[in-house]
Design a binder for this molecule. Structure first.
Ligand SMILES: NC(=O)c1ccc[n+]([C@@H]2O[C@H](COP(=O)([O-])OP(=O)(O)OC[C@H]3O[C@@H](n4cnc5c(N)ncnc54)[C@H](O)[C@@H]3O)[C@@H](O)[C@H]2O)c1
Length: 321
């Protein structure tokens, strides 16, 4: 029985190999991110379980993997896996939605605070100048108080609902847009979801947390950014394609909004010509919101647990089909 990892972000997979020693499985790690479909196929053919980070599991690839019975997505978003095709091929897909909720919420908060307190201007005016003996905050003006400001959360699932609590802890007034949030969950969180237009037009800051679906792709484009207030900021730690980067670059350059903090990109890493590079009121981080040492180990343990469950004939912790 072969278990093959298509691509991984860990330094190596020795720990996984040790965990599975004696389980009667052959465990192999590959680094196939950016490989052609034929190359991916050549390495994954024969695997019964595939663990995938960023490699695209397309319909045509899945059809060429007749031995595959389970795909474990190493992460929360699973937009790189054609779920409908996997189901048609009789391949079970599962994921790990519970390993980095706090980390992503913390990164969103960090970006909100950095944008709100105009950190890029602080760096420009303080970091170099303070070292050089200068003392001037004029470039940072105007900064508005975080506490008491109106924060809009788009998508209030596992991560969005932690951001709600964190924002409240900072004294912000919270508004949520999530058309799928149940009445019960709204009552638990003490809020009612509002239309996107109302949220965008009244928020001082907006943070994006839905999954990437055909419905949420480019849900924030020129029309939506133009609804926002000129002093408002937007943060995206969910998926790059939810926000149209071309429109966002224009919005930030032309000051329809005050700035943005972006952790995720439609194509990763972004090309040298990527539109948001060089926009001085945009902070970019390299899709690391998930990262902490704790989350890094947590996902490894959870994936081993799903492999053990598979070997015991039990369903995965979080099946998607
Ligand atoms: N940057 C990172 O490192 C990182 C790490 C983990 C997760 N993520 C991303 O964070 C996002 C949220 O993850 P999660 O675990 O909270 O997901 P989740 O499934 O728990 O929550 C998503 C929420 O979005 C809502 N939603 C769906 N369609 C919507 C729409 N049209 N408008 C508004 N809301 C909508 C859903 O009802 C749900 O409540 C995902 O996109 C995931 O890929 C990023």
């Amino acid at each position: 029985m072969k278990i093959i990892v298509s691509d991984y972000i860990e330094p190596d997979l020795r720990w996984e190999q040790e965990q599975l020693a004696g389980a009667g499985v052959e465990f192999q790690g590959c680094q196939l991110k950016g490989a052609t479909e034929d190359e991916v196929h050549a390495r994954l053919a024969g695997a019964e379980v595939v663990i995938v980070n960023m490699v695209k599991m397309t319909r045509s690839l899945l059809k060429r993997l007749p031995s595959c019975r389970l795909i474990i997505r190493h992460g929360v978003g699973y937009d790189n896996i054609d779920l409908a095709a996997a189901t048609e091929c009789g391949i079970r897909v599962c994921y790990v939605p519970d390993y980095c909720r706090e980390e992503v919420a913390e990164q969103a908060m960090m970006l909100l605070l950095l944008c709100r307190r105009r950190f890029t201007r602080q760096l420009e005016s303080f970091e170099d100048s303070v070292r050089q003996g200068q003392w001037d905050f004029s470039k940072v003006i105007p900064v508005r108080r975080f506490s008491g400001s109106r924060a809009g959360i788009v998508g209030c699932g596992r991560i969005g609902s932690i951001v709600v609590q964190m924002l409240r802890g900072f004294g912000a007034e919270v508004m949520v847009h999530d058309p799928y949030l149940s009445e019960r969950r709204q009552a638990e969180l003490g809020l009612q979801t509002i239309p996107l237009e109302e949220l965008l037009s009244t928020a001082d800051m907006v943070t994006i947390h839905p999954s990437l679906t055909t419905e949420t792709k480019y849900m924030i484009g020129e029309r939506e950014l133009r609804m926002m207030q000129p002093h408002a900021i937007i943060v995206n730690t969910a998926r790059g394609a939810i926000v149209n980067a071309e429109a966002l670059a224009r919005a930030c350059r032309e000051k329809w909004i005050a700035g943005a903090g972006i952790d995720v990109f439609e194509s990763e890493p972004p090309a040298e010509t990527f539109v948001l590079r060089g926009v001085d009121n945009v902070i970019l981080t390299p899709h690391l919101a998930w990262y902490s040492e704790d989350a890094g180990w947590s996902i490894r343990e959870k994936i081993i647990e799903d492999i053990r469950r598979y070997l015991d004939g039990r369903p995965p912790r979080f099946p998607l089909n």
